[in-house]
Write a protein of this length. Structure first.
Length: 365
């Protein structure tokens, strides 16, 4: 009996998955864009003809899928982010230029000691963190050795032309295994994260994708349009909410890419950070966790406190809470919070810090 070559079996499995996904893509892309959104019934059956346009579309998507790589990250010793993100992390990234630069999601790279890039043909190579941007949530990774054979970079697209309900191709890699499939874009809207994060436009897709960290989502031209960030339970679809994912649109990359490569960060990343996790509960901003030893905890802010004002201005959403803090010109400014603790309303002065300065760097750097 012949023993299977599992390295080649994994590569063959990915090719089979890609072929199946591409077949599904052609069926959906040629159909009414609302046909397979929950609530609209099944999509029409795929057409049999293999037109030149379909062949070109498949070729573009195959090239794009080949640009997706896996990332293996080990956090530096004593990393504070290990408590929430783990000491060992895995996810995906996408090659975006001819030198092998990889676009990833920022949180995978926080306080990284070692980074390994794994290509789809199982080549493994050490890499270094080039930059990460607090404001967008993007990170950049550069392999330390040339990618040979060269991986054709994925072209960057945009979200303006995406239609609600339209199909997108998604690809991931990492500990959850390789996955290629078709999702639907159901919304583009602002997103506020509990960890002092806000972007004015995010992509929401269904169904949810496992191993979404750094997952790549492509349009029908094979252009990268988003990088996977989160699982969400409230992706809107036909008047109701369903589980899905949030992707950071690549439109946010172009304005900061040169700065990230040149400086390792961005000016927008250097803003006041309080070290709180917050949620909107019944229209009120509530602190659900404070970072151990962080600015808010040191000032006396506690989990359960309700934030009423920032510097005397009322806040009624995570967006207004964060943006009011970020109006301060210096990341180390003092921020005044008015909070309610039970029946007591009090003012708390928080000495903010530059989050970038609190993160551990790799040993030896």
């Amino acid at each position: 009996m012949r023993v299977p070559d599992f390295a080649h079996s994994a590569a063959n499995l990915r090719r089979v998955l890609a072929m199946l996904a591409l077949s599904a893509w052609l069926a959906l892309a040629g159909a009414d864009v609302h046909a397979a959104v929950p609530g609209h019934g099944p999509a029409p059956a795929p057409k049999a003809e293999d037109s030149p346009a379909n062949q070109a579309q498949v070729a573009a998507l195959r090239r794009a899928l080949n640009a997706v790589v896996a990332l293996r990250v080990s956090a530096t010793e004593g990393a504070s982010t290990a408590r929430s993100l783990g000491e060992e992390r895995s996810g995906s990234g996408v090659v975006i230029d001819a030198d092998g630069l990889v676009l990833a999601i920022r949180y995978l790279l926080l306080e990284a000691q070692t980074i390994e890039v794994v290509t789809q043909d199982e080549r493994r190579m050490p890499a270094r963190q080039v930059a990460y941007d607090q404001a967008t949530g993007f990170g950049l990774v550069q392999p330390l050795v040339p990618l040979r054979p060269r991986i054709e970079p994925a072209p960057l697209g945009g979200v303006a032309s995406l239609e609600a309900g339209g199909p997108l191709m998604v690809s991931t890699s990492g500990d959850g295994g390789a996955m290629v499939g078709v999702v639907r874009m159901v919304d583009r809207r602002a997103f506020s994260g509990y960890w002092e994060y806000h972007i004015d436009q995010a992509l929401f897709t269904v169904p949810p994708v496992p191993n979404h960290s750094g997952a790549a989502v492509f349009n029908r031209k094979g252009e990268l349009v988003g990088i996977g960030s989160l699982f969400v339970s409230d992706a809107p679809a036909i008047g109701r909410v369903v589980p899905g994912n949030m992707f950071v649109p690549v439109d946010l990359l172009a304005p900061v890419l040169a700065e990230m490569r040149a400086t390792g960060s961005t000016r927008a990343s250097r803003r006041p950070w309080l070290g709180v996790s917050s949620q909107l509960q019944d229209g009120r901003v509530r602190i659900v966790r404070v970072e151990r030893g962080g600015p808010a905890q040191l000032a006396g802010v506690s989990a359960g406190d309700e934030v009423l004002e920032v510097d005397g201005a009322p806040v009624d959403s995570l967006e207004s809470f964060y943006k009011r803090i970020w109006t301060h010109p210096a990341p180390t400014d003092e921020v005044e919070l008015t909070v309610r603790s039970g029946e007591e309303v009090r003012k708390v002065r928080v000495q903010a810090v530059d989050r970038m300065q609190t993160l551990r760097k790799p040993q030896g750097i």
